[in-house]
Design a protein around this ligand. Structure first.
Ligand SMILES: NC(=O)c1ccc[n+]([C@@H]2O[C@H](COP(=O)([O-])OP(=O)(O)OC[C@H]3O[C@@H](n4cnc5c(N)ncnc54)[C@H](OP(=O)(O)O)[C@@H]3O)[C@@H](O)[C@H]2O)c1
Length: 272
């Protein structure tokens, strides 16, 4: 597994997204993914399925120290006491004593970031999280978080796929040694039917989805595709045995549009 190093963390470049993987499907897909060689699982308290994710982790037979587990604190739980409660709830759900990475799921302008970052650092210092990071942070928020944090921030998890240009956020992260984790890396399935990605994929014997994931990997991102189908787990992980040519990367770059987001969240702050 290719690893991304960021401010002291070693993060597998491919992880499994778990949003909407509920009930038995969640447990089964997590278990199967780990058996197939996935070593990074992306969870969140707000997904409501951490218990199932935990079941899959424990059923896989893969040793805890070989799995990189991320979870996230919801935007509603960012005051220090709420954050601490949320983290303990996540660990109980997952049946783990710590996570590898704890993220602020979304920024919340109603709660001072200094307080939230302070609580995140405390969680790290007390051993509940080996590393901390952020998600859905703009350039300005990344700069603010870095200034406020006594502990290194290792990733900013953001929406990223060929229909979005995230070069500004990526540059801001890079300046501080922060890795970018790309969520919705196949644009919630949109990339799978894309004509250009399909045409480029045919040259390499790859699917459009694999091209989307590979394009992100070559940009230096960590990718966390989700599937509820066991047979697609292998497809989504077979992205390290080919390399897109520079001209193909450039052609894919041209798919980005200002309105290219697939995630629309009414309450989220404006993006820069
Ligand atoms: N931090 C945040 O705010 C945030 C926001 C959104 C997501 N995330 C994380 O990022 C993960 C990934 O994002 P996402 O789940 O929204 O979208 P995604 O991974 O881009 O796309 C998932 C969709 O693509 C389909 N799919 C997956 N592999 C496929 C394949 N090989 N061929 C055809 N279809 C395929 C899946 O359907 P099937 O199940 O039918 O395969 C599913 O409908 C999430 O699960 C979550 O862990 C984080």
């Amino acid at each position: 597994m290719q690893m991304i190093e960021a401010n002291g963390a070693r993060i597998p470049a491919l992880g499994l997204g778990t949003w909407q993987l509920n009930d038995r499907v969640g447990a089964r897909i997590v278990e199967q993914a780990l058996r197939l060689g996935y070593r990074h699982i992306d969870a969140a308290l707000i997904y409501g399925n951490e218990k199932e994710v935990g079941e899959g982790l424990h059923a896989s037979g893969v040793r805890r120290e070989d799995i990189f587990v991320t979870t996230k604190v919801p935007h509603t739980e960012l005051t220090p006491p709420a954050l601490e409660r949320a983290v303990k709830q996540s660990l109980a759900n997952l049946r783990l004593t710590d996570v590898n990475l704890l993220l602020i799921h979304w920024p919340n302008p109603q709660i001072p970031l200094a307080e939230t970052i302070g609580a995140m650092c405390k969680m790290k210092k007390e051993g509940y999280a080996r590393h901390i990071g952020v998600s859905n942070f703009t350039v300005a928020l990344v700069e603010e978080a870095v200034k406020l944090s006594s502990e290194p921030i290792v990733t900013n998890q953001i929406e990223w796929h060929p229909y979005l240009d995230e070069s500004l956020v990526q540059a801001a992260c890079k300046k501080h040694g922060i890795a970018v984790t790309a969520y919705c890396p196949i644009a919630r399935g949109r990339a799978v039917g894309d004509e250009l990605l399909t045409r480029i994929g045919a040259k390499y014997g790859k699917t459009a989805g694999q091209v989307s994931l590979r394009w992100l990997i070559q940009k230096g991102a960590i990718v966390i595709p989700r599937t509820s189908k066991v047979e697609r787990l292998t497809e989504n992980m077979t992205i390290f045995d080919f390399e897109l040519l520079r001209e193909d990367m450039a052609e894919i770059d041209r798919l980005a549009k200002p309105a290219g987001r697939v995630v629309k969240v009414g309450w989220a702050p404006a993006w820069d």
